[in-house]
Ligand binder design. Sequence first.
Ligand code: ATP
Ligand code: MG
Length: 279
Amino acid sequence: GVSKLLDLEKLCVLGHGNYGTVYKVRHRQTSAIYALKVIRADPDASQQPYQQSHEMKILISTDSPYIIKCLGAYESLAGEKAIVMEYMDAGTLDTLLKANGPFPESSIAHIGYQVLSGLNYLHAFNIFHLDIKPSNLLVDKNMNVKIGDFGVSKIMPESDPPDYWDIYVGTYAYMSPERLDSNMYDPRFVSAADIWSLGVTLLELYVGHFPFLPPGEKPNWMQLVLITRYGEAPSMPKEASEELRGFISCCLHKEPNKRWTALQLLSHPFICGKGRLED
Ligand code: ATP
Ligand code: MG
């Protein structure tokens, strides 16, 4: 096992996030390679939406082939925190998209199957990721895809769901209409927020850019509220199959209660027909 942070040798930086840095590290005794996420000590923790305890709790308690595994968690006296995770050697879906361009439908289905399996697992435990996007989906050389970065995730209290829940943190380009407009918030449909984000993510991987706008354009907040609440469904390339079109529209229903659940989507013809072929 990974018993001490001291046993880990930093090899390089894998990525910088909003709250810290992720390193590639080697365990000195076994030569095993891991990813180490170090979160800066925050002098004013109340100002920070990042919930370290949630991320650690979720990563330690989950056990699914579709979710990043955590091998240890540490906190220094100075308040710096660190999480040792399994290392994914092909980076994220965001880096793959930038390096190789858009994915074919068969890959979209295969990725969709894996992320839906991870979300189905999480939602069954009342855990909501709330930041599904290409840069938080990690990949290895065999195209195994795992959900990572639980920095803004939520665990719904089992007894009574809160009337108001601060789910307005995350990456706004991938946010569902009900998250962009707090008047639409309904605690019964928080899982549907992850499904919207997955729909946007998969469509972005298929068309190669933020799917609601032409290539190169990034939405501002107001544009996004208008697009997601009142805009038309994003247009699909002519060659897109009926199954893919149907699947995406099941993910991108404007009303959260009409969006399909992860479990329902796992048996959608697009996923059943194509996603499992390569599994
Ligand atoms: P952001 O705010 O950008 O979402 P973050 O601080 O929440 O970042 P992560 O998303 O967990 O941190 O990780 C940042 C980057 O580090 C990722 O985009 C990825 O490139 C890399 N990374 C994270 N975890 C791993 C891992 N297990 N294996 C390989 N690379 C990783
Ligand atoms: Mg991230």
